[in-house]
Design a protein around this ligand. Structure first.
Ligand code: DO4
Ligand code: MG
Length: 277
């Protein structure tokens, strides 16, 4: 697995034990390439070897350039169940049931690069929301030709009170400053297996306030199917990032609070950690 980390001044590329620093790397060039792996191999050849300790940083920028971030929804049974519960009073539950079964998945616009945080940066909850959760999601890097070439960790931070009030409020529940975190690295290699674990821990005042785990066995749709729908009659000249939905939703009583620390680990991809501002 080759991993690319984006720092303020340079990027680091790790390939097994070897780590290389590159000062003028372009994520847009990576996402535009028909064979992105060769772009990284060139960058490693041009880069300077550095110690693996260089990877021990508390903060990384999101591993992206100008890509839009999109997201899939209701791709796990647990998400269907939670959305149906929160939208039942408004009569919205039927739509979540239907989209779980339908051929066409739910896909929505999630974030611009400016609204996206990297590992270690604060994520946000809306001031006009009363019920908020992180959503730990396997996130795909897709090149401009629609090929999945990399994987990372995403947090689709969401307002459950706003999305539950009316399904038409979804963009407000999902898209606001600091509602999206991605990282720590973009990983190129074999696609994650179905056994891949996705783990979420939320700590409050140093204590575990919520913890759960799922695997990709629970993801109802294939990764290719989600990308196929995203790229239908659409153009992504700089490629795109696609979050694949959450299989973990805390129970009804839980809401995020300022100061909570959200830790998401996906086997093989690393750990994305963000405190709530
Ligand atoms: O429409 C609700 C959003 C669903 C979602 O974000 C998810 O399932 O991850
Ligand atoms: Mg989600």
């Amino acid at each position: 697995m080759i991993k690319v980390y984006r720092g303020k001044e340079s990027i680091l590329i790790s390939d097994g034990e070897q780590v290389y620093e590159h000062a003028s790397f372009s994520f847009d060039q990576l996402f535009r390439a028909s064979n992105p792996k060769t772009v990284l191999e060139d960058a490693m050849r041009e880069g300077t070897p550095v110690s693996a300790e260089a990877l021990n940083k508390p903060n990384w920028l999101p591993p992206m350039g100008n890509q839009e971030v999109w997201a899939a929804g209701v791709t796990y049974f647990r998400s269907r169940e939670a959305r149906m519960e929160e939208s039942e009073d408004a009569g919205g539950d039927v739509f979540y049931d239907m989209v779980y079964e339908a051929d066409r998945p739910e896909l929505f616009f999630k974030a611009t690069p400016a609204r996206t945080r990297g590992h270690g940066a604060p994520i946000c909850i809306r001031k006009d929301s009363t019920w908020d959760v992180p959503e730990p999601e396997l996130t795909l890097a897709i090149n401009s030709q629609g090929k999945i070439f990399g994987y990372t960790i995403g947090d689709d931070v969401s307002s459950r009170s706003i999305e539950g009030e009316n399904p038409l409020y979804l963009p407000q529940a999902k898209v606001y400053c600091g509602s999206c975190a991605i990282g720590p690295a973009l990983c190129l290699g074999e696609p994650p297996s179905k056994d891949t674990g996705i783990n979420l821990t939320i700590r409050r005042n140093g204590e575990v306030a919520f913890e759960d785990r799922t695997t990709l066995h629970q993801l109802k749709r294939s990764l290719e199917e989600l990308v196929d729908f995203l790229y239908r009659d659409n153009e992504f000249p700089d490629g795109a990032l696609l979050m694949t939905g959450t299989g973990i939703v805390p129970s009804t009583e839980f809401t995020l609070q300022s100061g909570d620390v959200v830790t998401i680990t996906i086997d093989g991809l690393g750990t994305l950690e963000n405190a709530v501002a």
